[in-house]
Design a protein around this ligand. Structure first.
Ligand SMILES: NC(=O)c1ccc[n+]([C@@H]2O[C@H](COP(=O)([O-])OP(=O)(O)OC[C@H]3O[C@@H](n4cnc5c(N)ncnc54)[C@H](OP(=O)(O)O)[C@@H]3O)[C@@H](O)[C@H]2O)c1
Length: 234
């Protein structure tokens, strides 16, 4: 039995990854920070209750994150894959960006990944598992109004690359995925047919499952992925 934990697994990229991992035979723990999205995911994943645990776990809360990892371990015996996906965006010029917005973005997108990794790393060393962090092209391209988001994702790219070097000697792989625009609920967006040019969440899910099927000897450590033809290229 293989077990995966997907943070922010209730919608967007996380839910698509969760669905792809279920098809691949994984047992899953998925988290989110609002009960509404937990309820939605539970109905999207109905009839799979024996294979999925959906839990309200804010990635900012290390104790809760650690307790959830322990719950998966005691129920199913291992953690093989961590998808560190939960993230938010607040976009404003620095003179308008509030301390609360800054803290939310850094605490969720960067410290939240630290909390998830720290909670699972011992189990992943035992399983010789895989960590995939969902960063962003905003982790290499900076832009106006992006101070908090850019800082969180530049930080995440550095964190993920450094732990890749720390953990590969234990047989634990780490890949940083850096998507461009994906059609999700990110930043209060509602996906629609106008998003047809964007990457779809299932495309990122495909990337994740392809990585998990890569031969053990090979590690694609950092992947940039972008829409083939964005409106700006037309
Ligand atoms: N969409 C894009 O264009 C794009 C591009 C590059 C990178 N990304 C990255 O992709 C990741 C997933 O985003 P998405 O686009 O799929 O957005 P989304 O549709 O808004 O999904 C975000 C997920 O994260 C959860 N979440 C948010 N805050 C959380 C917290 N404090 N603790 C636990 N879970 C939390 C959300 O559930 P709740 O709302 O219930 O908390 C939801 O399940 C993020 O890291 C984002 O930065 C997105």
């Amino acid at each position: 039995m293989k077990v995966a934990l997907v943070t922010g697994g209730t919608k967007g990229i996380g839910l698509a990854v969760a669905q792809a991992l279920l098809k691949d035979g994984y047992h899953l723990g998925i988290t989110a920070s609002s009960q509404a999205s937990i309820d939605q995911a539970q109905s999207a994943l109905a009839n799979l209750e024996d294979k999925v645990i959906c839990k309200l776990v804010d990635v900012r809360d290390y104790a809760a994150q650690h307790a959830f990892a322990q719950e998966l371990l005691s129920k199913w015996g291992s953690i093989d894959v961590l998808i560190a996906n939960a993230g938010v965006g607040h976009f404003a010029p620095i003179d308008e960006l509030s301390a609360q917005q800054w803290n939310d973005v850094i605490d969720i997108n960067l410290t939240g990944v630290f909390n998830s990794v720290k909670s699972c790393v011992d189990a992943l060393k035992v399983s010789k598992g895989y960590i995939i962090s969902i960063a962003s092209l905003a982790g290499t391209n900076f832009f106006e109004r992006g101070a908090a988001y850019n800082a969180s994702k530049f930080g995440l790219v550095g964190f993920s690359q450094a732990i890749m070097l720390d953990l590969r000697k234990y047989g634990v792989k780490v890949t940083t995925i850096m998507p461009g625009s994906v059609s999700t609920y990110f930043n209060n967006h509602t996906p629609s047919e106008k998003d047809a040019w964007k990457i779809q969440p299932e495309d990122i899910a495909r990337l994740v499952t392809d990585l998990l099927h890569m031969p053990a000897r090979t590690l694609p450590s950092k992947i940039e992925v972008r829409p083939s033809i964005p409106p700006s290229a037309k």
